[in-house]
Design a protein around this ligand. Structure first.
Ligand SMILES: CC(C)(COP(=O)(O)OP(=O)(O)OC[C@H]1O[C@@H](n2cnc3c(N)ncnc32)[C@H](O)[C@@H]1OP(=O)(O)O)[C@@H](O)C(=O)NCCC(=O)NCCS
Length: 158
């Protein structure tokens, strides 16, 4: 299996729109600002992909299997978001690979030395992944609904 992270193209958003089955999944993935249902052709705009570097993870050069974004929030700080693996491809290590690649990209392209993430408290699968990658809660930024996580990023990432 070969994996490649590359900048998302407009056609990628049409593919990942089909990975979001309902309002609860949409909110868990993208937060409260992306409405559901949405028109697939509007997803690129809803995710503000022009302002937020967006990437697809490709398997064997032929299948888009995961998607994620990052955006710079302050000098040296990049926020990862909209992490999503194709439903049929979950549990095979692709979420971990996506995060590794995205962390490396944020480090190289934006110069980020600290990465942050927000995850709903009931999203235990994603939390387990992020914890295993070194993310830890920042108590002052957490809410009743979600955890705000932070991790240092190292040159070896990705
Ligand atoms: C969260 C998500 C990205 C994980 O992707 P994935 O490809 O299934 O995860 P991986 O196979 O890489 O597994 C990584 C870790 O996640 C955790 N994990 C994965 N599947 C799990 C499951 N069914 N139950 C519990 N933990 C699980 C484990 O800690 C696993 O590490 P391990 O294999 O060393 O035990 C994926 O489930 C997803 O797209 N969810 C919907 C969108 C979402 O919630 N995004 C996060 C927004 S903050």
């Amino acid at each position: 299996m070969s994996l490649l992270l590359r900048p998302a193209r407009p056609s990628d958003f049409l593919v990942l729109a089909a990975w979001v089955p309902d309002a609860a999944a949409c909110r868990r993935w993208a937060g409260p600002l992306v409405p559901f249902p949405f028109a697939p052709e509007h997803l690129e705009g809803l995710l503000e992909a022009q302002e937020r570097p967006s990437y697809g993870l490709w398997e064997d050069g032929s299948a888009l299997v995961a998607f994620g974004q990052y955006w710079v929030q302050a000098p040296g700080h990049a926020h990862l978001g909209r992490i999503l693996v194709a439903p049929a491809a979950r549990g095979r290590g692709l979420g971990r690979e996506l995060c590794h690649h995205l962390m490396g990209e944020a480090f190289r392209a934006s110069g980020a030395r600290v990465l942050t993430l927000r995850v709903y408290r009931d999203n235990t699968v994603a939390q387990a992944l992020y914890t295993s990658l070194g993310f830890r809660p920042v108590a002052s930024e957490c809410t009743n609904e979600s955890l705000f996580l932070e991790a240092p990023v190292y040159p070896s990432a990705g």
